[in-house]
Design a protein around this ligand. Structure first.
Ligand code: C2E
Ligand code: MG
Ligand code: MG
Length: 556
């Protein structure tokens, strides 16, 4: 316990404050606890709604410049000092600046005793915003303050929720209306959020357009969802009262603290960021509550992308092309195969193309991988034509390849390299995602046609099958997807529909290939509609080239 005996008196301390004031960003203060008298640096009076550098009735005067919501917390702390329960004061709370804006401050001080009674509280105040811990535009604390708070609570198991909020397409607001307008939107959004923040919750301003409501009082995810809805309504009201001058929406991601075992600052930030990103990835203007399985799937996806990228950079190690027989039913013989890509790695095991093709498309890796598939398929075709001279190999091509690379050139180069006739291959394009009016697509389609390379329309019957495509594309073959085949095998309506499609195919001089035939019974039923080709497990599953040659060429 330090006694004031031998220390300087309050007048001398005031002189020191005056001397140091021009040299400091922070504000020095002394409070005479027993006489309720307060003295602070002149610069604080210039910035905040503080009546004078020195004043009496300090506890009453605090009401003039301390944020009303924070008065109870401050009074409580000062009471503890008066009652000798504490000798140190360390509080983060808000003062009001000259324009009534809340400014976060960190007030630290120590108690000096006189005759064993607390006499003075002496210390220093700094603006948290100046040390990047608060955002003065919105009057909210920043991420680093949350970190500070969570670290000080690290021994406790937290219960409650984090609701992370992000303005949808905020970049566009800034770009279209300017940064100052964007700042106004941030400020208004902060007000909409604070209006529903309960006294025992805290709101933080995170990077860019994001906010975080922290509830450590055990409230449920359902309560967080309700709070999100209220925020959405508040924003809607603001937009209406602002005559739709700005229109924007907000998305939210919730994590339940009770469900998270690793409650470190970095883990909580990571998971809340993930939750918000899921909401934003969808149609936006919505709220998503964190589910562990979703996060695991997200991590698997991320790790799979890394593995795929690594493989592409290491000579396509792990990729292998499989071949599935396509039977010419009329001639009762094998005349072709579809090239189907596989991927294997030790970390991931065997991965289905249904999972990895979309990732290759998303990352653009489909372009190098697709090129590699073309080359593998053509090399296989060359090999197979040694035994079956009219053998054709089908190659699946993604629209990303068509739109973002010169895939036609890759195909033509391959044909030249392997001395193949253009009719040795068939290019399979899926019905869904067809961009018939896109310039790159039109060039590709005309390029195939002009070079005599046949096109197959894959997955027919899965999307909004549009007979108009048939006319535009003029495909050599129409491939019926297994899901449609199954329906046709199951009910008369779809069987008749497929039967009619077989007739239409003949009328437009295309060939019909039915996919997904697994049993003799299915084969017999489907053959009644006289398709040209059948591809299915009944004749053979996709397999590596060596095995394909052994099973379907050499031993047949
Ligand atoms: P797809 O092009 O429609 O290929 C036919 C799919 O049906 C293949 O699945 C094949 O294994 C499966 N299938 C064939 N017959 C049967 C059967 O009787 N029963 C069952 N249950 N399934 C059968 P897979 O190999 O898993 O490929 C899935 C899809 O991945 C392909 O559908 C294709 O869209 C895509 N894909 C595969 N390889 C490539 C590629 O190299 N490039 C691109 N862009 N996509 C590819
Ligand atoms: Mg296909
Ligand atoms: Mg198909």
């Amino acid at each position: 316990m330090k006694d004031s005996k031998g220390l300087i008196n309050i007048e001398q301390f005031n002189d020191i404050i005056d001397i140091l004031n021009p040299c400091m960003d922070n504000y020095l203060y002394i409070m005479d606890i027993q006489n309720d008298y307060y003295s602070i640096s002149e610069s604080a009076v210039e910035r905040f709604k503080i009546p004078a550098p020195q004043f009496s009735h300090a506890n009453d005067m605090f009401h003039k410049f301390v944020h009303p919501d924070d008065i109870p917390m401050l009074s409580d702390d000062l009471d503890q000092i008066m009652s000798e329960l504490k000798e140190e004061h360390n509080l983060q709370y808000r003062w009001l600046d000259k324009n009534d804006n809340p400014i976060w401050i960190n007030c630290r001080g120590r108690v000096i005793f006189e005759e064993n009674m607390p006499k003075y509280l002496v210390g220093c105040i700094n603006e948290i915003g100046r040390t990047q811990k608060a955002d003065n535009d919105t009057g909210l604390l920043k991420e680093s303050s949350l970190q500070h708070e969570l670290e000080s609570e690290s021994s406790k198991k937290l219960s409650g929720f984090l609701l992370r909020l992000g303005i949808d397409n905020f970049k566009e607001i800034n770009e279209n209306r300017g940064i100052e307008y964007g700042d106004m939107i941030l400020k208004k959004t902060a007000e909409c959020i604070q209006a529903v923040t309960l006294p025992d919750q805290k709101t933080y301003k995170l990077i860019a357009d994001e906010f975080l409501i922290v509830d450590m009082t055990g409230r449920s995810v359902e309560k967080a969802q309700m709070q999100y809805e209220l925020i959405r309504q508040n924003i809607q009201h603001f937009i209406e009262s602002n005559s739709y001058d700005a229109f924007y929406t907000i998305s939210g991601g919730i994590i339940s603290l009770d469900d998270i075992s690793e409650q470190t600052f970095s883990n909580l930030m990571k998971l809340s960021e993930f939750a918000l990103s899921v909401a934003k990835r969808g149609q936006k203007n919505t709220c998503y509550s964190y589910v562990n399985d979703d996060y695991r799937a997200f991590l698997r996806r991320k790790s799979l992308i890394n593995t795929l990228r690594h493989s592409v950079h290491h000579n396509f190690q792990g990729f292998i092309t499989y071949y599935q027989p396509i039977m010419n039913i009329k001639e009762q013989r094998l005349t072709g195969a579809e090239t189907l890509l596989r991927f294997y790695s030790e970390e991931t095991g065997m991965v289905s193309p249904v999972e990895f093709i979309p990732l290759l498309e998303e990352t653009g890796l489909i372009i190098p991988v697709g090129k590699w598939v073309i080359s593998q398929a053509m090399s296989a075709c060359k090999e197979l034509q040694k035994t079956i001279p009219d053998f054709t190999v089908s190659i699946n091509i993604s629209y990303i390849q068509v739109l973002k690379s010169n895939v036609l050139n890759d195909i033509l180069k391959g044909l030249k390299k392997y001395h193949l006739a253009p009719t040795s291959i068939q290019i399979e394009l899926t019905e869904s995602g067809l961009l018939e009016s896109d310039k790159s697509f039109i060039n590709f389609r005309t390029g195939l046609h002009d070079n005599g390379i046949p096109l197959s329309l894959d997955d027919f019957g899965t999307g909004y099958s549009n007979f108009h495509y048939l006319n535009t594309l003029n495909p050599r073959t129409i491939k019926i997807d297994r899901s449609f085949t199954l329906k046709a095998l199951d009910n008369d309506y779809d069987y008749n529909l497929l039967h009619h499609m077989a007739d239409i195919t003949r009328d437009i001089n295309s060939k019909l290939c039915i996919e997904g035939i697994e049993t003799l019974q299915e084969l017999n039923k489907i053959c009644r509609m006289e398709p040209d080709y059948i591809q299915g497990y009944y004749f053979g599953k996709p397999c590596p080239l060596d095995q394909f040659i052994e099973d379907f060429v050499t031993n047949k």
